[in-house]
Design a protein around this ligand. Structure first.
Ligand SMILES: *[C@@H]1O[C@H](CO)[C@@H](O)[C@H](O)[C@H]1NC(C)=O
Ligand SMILES: *[C@@H]1O[C@H](CO)[C@@H](O)[C@H](O)[C@H]1NC(C)=O
Length: 395
């Protein structure tokens, strides 16, 4: 049977699909600035959920940047630095943003000559412009810096976030792996960063795995399972088979979907300051509804039980809600992850094909049902099938 093969094929392909990861997907591309500033490059930095946007001007060897990061606490600080003499914190020439005593965002410059000597004051290069903003849990530093060495376009950057500020001085940050890996080199021309750790790639990989698991389960397998239940059972020869197929398809979709849902919760808890409320809420609703559907399997009354009618309404109602919400959430997720265009197109093609198959089967079902009806009317006493079985078209 075609649908069985499809369902099994997807199960078999799953590990293969997850090995291909849509690269080049970056969150920073979709970030907008309130002052309508545009930058030629951006990177999702490999740790601390931070982003750097920049435009390099070779004529005067200056670079204007926007650095975005969530402070560890709302009254904390964020910092971005160039290190002309080394790769880490020692030697870094830092721009630090925080709320001043009046609660207004400010940017101060700090000369971090060593871990012990952090002094507010001039940096070893010019900073003609610096401002900061705080909104939605994120602090943004806007600045222009004149590069310390003219023409040297690969620089060492360091960034950091902290939880509090006392007397205009940023308090010590944490020493978690993310805080220690927040450094790397930045190629101002090619728009690439190399990180101190593998955190960034790790995060992207996790997002891709999350996307693939959920798109396959909620976005493809659940719809196939519904198609099987609605159309395959019209054919009497497929009678008990469609049921087991439906249960098999939906329970494997559920297992994969819940795994994907778990990866989503983990991603959500790791990304402070950035919330995709709609995507998250639909995800939680999907998990709850699908779990109710699993219960439906165990609570199913016999076919001729008087409550079976209500069970059908409950099961089918939830099923179609999961179908619609699942597809909506796959598109929402695709917009967030923003992978290469081909991934979105691939999903659109798959879901349109399924829609087309459903449409075709709907037509066939009508023909079959009408034929049955007309043959029934010529044989008035052969009504057993019609009463005992459900109407094939009852949604
Ligand atoms: C560098 O030149 C650009 C345009 O030529 C100008 O907008 C920018 O302010 C200059 N930067 C500095 C630091 O002089
Ligand atoms: C930064 O501090 C170090 C040590 O105190 C000092 O040698 C250096 O000149 C300072 N840099 C600037 C730009 O003031």
């Amino acid at each position: 049977m075609a649908s069985q093969r499809l369902c099994t094929l997807i199960l078999l392909l799953l590990p293969a699909i997850s090995l291909i990861s849509p690269s080049q997907s970056a969150t920073c591309i979709s970030q907008k600035f309130t002052n309508n500033k545009l930058y030629t490059h951006c990177n999702d930095l490999p740790s601390l959920n931070s982003f750097l946007h920049w435009t390099y001007d070779s004529a005067n060897s200056s670079v204007s940047i926007a650095f975005i990061a969530p402070p560890a606490k709302p009254d904390g600080w964020v910092a971005w630095a160039l290190n002309p003499t080394g790769t880490g914190m020692a030697g870094a020439q830092a721009l630090v943003a925080f709320k001043d005593a009046q609660g207004v965002m400010t940017v101060k410059t700090f000369n971090i000559s060593s871990y012990a000597t952090i002094e507010e004051g001039k940096l070893s290069f010019d900073v003609p412009e610096k401002t900061a903003e705080y909104s939605g849990g994120l602090m943004t530093i806007f600045a222009t810096v004149v590069l310390p060495e003219k023409g040297k376009t690969v620089v060492n950057q360091v960034w950091q976030v902290g939880a509090s500020v006392s007397n205009g001085f940023p308090a010590k940050h944490e020493f978690q792996p993310a805080n220690l890996n927040s450094k790397g080199s930045l190629d101002l021309l090619r728009g690439q960063t190399t990180g101190g750790g593998s955190g960034g790639n790790g995060r992207l990989k996790k997002k891709n795995i999350h996307g693939i698991l959920n798109a396959v389960s909620w976005g493809i397998m659940f719809p196939i399972g519904i198609i099987i239940a609605r159309y395959v059972r019209t054919f009497e020869s497929a009678d008990p088979a469609w049921f087991y197929l439906h249960v098999f398809c939906q329970s494997s979709a559920y297992v994969i979907g819940v795994t994907g849902w778990g990866t989503g919760l983990k991603l959500g808890s790791e990304s402070k300051g950035i919330r995709y409320t709609g995507h998250r809420n639909i995800g939680i609703a999907l998990f709850s509804l699908a779990t109710l559907q699993i219960f439906a399997l165990f609570l199913r009354p016999k076919k001729d039980h008087k409550y079976r009618y209500y069970w059908n309404i409950y099961h089918h109602g939830l099923g179609y809600t999961v179908l619609v919400l699942g597809i909506i959430n796959v598109f929402k997720g695709l917009n967030i992850l923003d992978p290469a265009k081909k991934w979105k197109s691939a999903y659109v093609i798959v879901i349109s094909a399924l829609g087309l198959i459903a449409l075709l089967l709907e037509a066939i079902t009508w023909v079959v049902v009408l034929r049955k009806k007309s043959s029934k009317s010529t044989k008035p006493y052969d009504g057993y099938n019609g009463q005992g079985r459900q109407q094939p078209l009852a949604p």
